[in-house]
Design a protein around this ligand. Structure first.
Ligand code: ZN
Length: 244
């Protein structure tokens, strides 16, 4: 086992009950070859992964491939909605597709149109879950999602919690791609960050952006997946398994 995984392995060995972890990859619809490479790593390790799919970027060939993979192992693959077109509508400040400058009517139209596309392409493989691009949205977004019968909202753990009685809010905690791209010592930081979070013994969400991942990043990920999938104290989850 590579030494950068030592701390994670130590946490797992000491855990008194299986640690719960899910993985969310954003921007399905972009960089399909890289997406499939990432999915191959998860499939090989038999670990589950949820894909946030951009409706306007989903075309027939990609939908066919996702459905084929879902039919082969639906317990290991989740498919849900990632905004509509992944467009930044804000003129200043942080990027948002569902930000303050979008009216509730505009947001409703975008989410509903995206939902129609994903239901048409993915049918029963579509989970009624929503990840907003850049992990940002507003209370209006939440109200729209409730009206459209979505069941789960996933963002970043630092995002403001909104009022909802109908949506589970299941955040990610670790931005894998950001750490591996920007840290001066990414393997050490990944090992420390993942181990620290897992040691809290709460459900842990790890986010990827496959479009940013080069082969080296994928190999690093495969090393961690091999550890997690072979360890008795790990319970890999899909977003849908976090409900209830
Ligand atoms: Zn995105």
């Amino acid at each position: 086992m590579p030494s950068w995984l030592n701390e994670i392995a130590s946490v797992l060995d000491r855990a008194e009950s299986p640690v719960r972890v899910f993985f969310r990859d954003d921007d399905a619809g972009w960089a399909n070859d890289k997406l499939f490479n990432l999915m191959d790593k998860f499939a090989k390790a038999e670990m589950p992964i949820d894909l946030a799919v951009i409706p306007q970027s989903l075309e027939c060939n990609l939908a066919d491939e996702l459905l084929a993979r879902w039919q082969q192992g639906r317990h290991l693959l989740g498919l849900h909605q990632h905004g509509y077109s992944h467009t930044n509508h804000e003129l200043s400040g942080r990027k948002c597709e569902f930000g303050a400058s979008r009216t509730k009517t505009q947001q409703m139209a975008d989410i509903a149109n995206g939902q129609i596309v994903l239901k048409a392409y993915l049918a029963e493989a579509f989970d009624p879950f929503f990840t907003p691009p850049w992990n940002r949205c507003t209370q209006d977004t939440v109200d729209c999602l409730e009206a459209l019968e979505f069941k789960l909202l996933s963002r970043d753990v630092t995002a403001t919690k909104y009022h909802t009685t109908k949506l589970d809010q299941v955040p990610v905690h670790i931005d894998w791609s950001k750490i591996i791209k920007s840290s001066p010592d990414p393997l050490t930081e990944l090992g420390n960050t993942v181990a620290s979070r897992l040691s809290q013994n709460e459900t842990t969400g790890i986010m990827f952006h496959h479009a940013d991942m080069i082969d080296e990043h994928l190999n690093t990920l495969a090393e961690m997946l091999a550890l997690l999938s072979g360890h008795q104290n790990v319970q890999g989850l899909l977003l849908r398994d976090t409900q209830g």
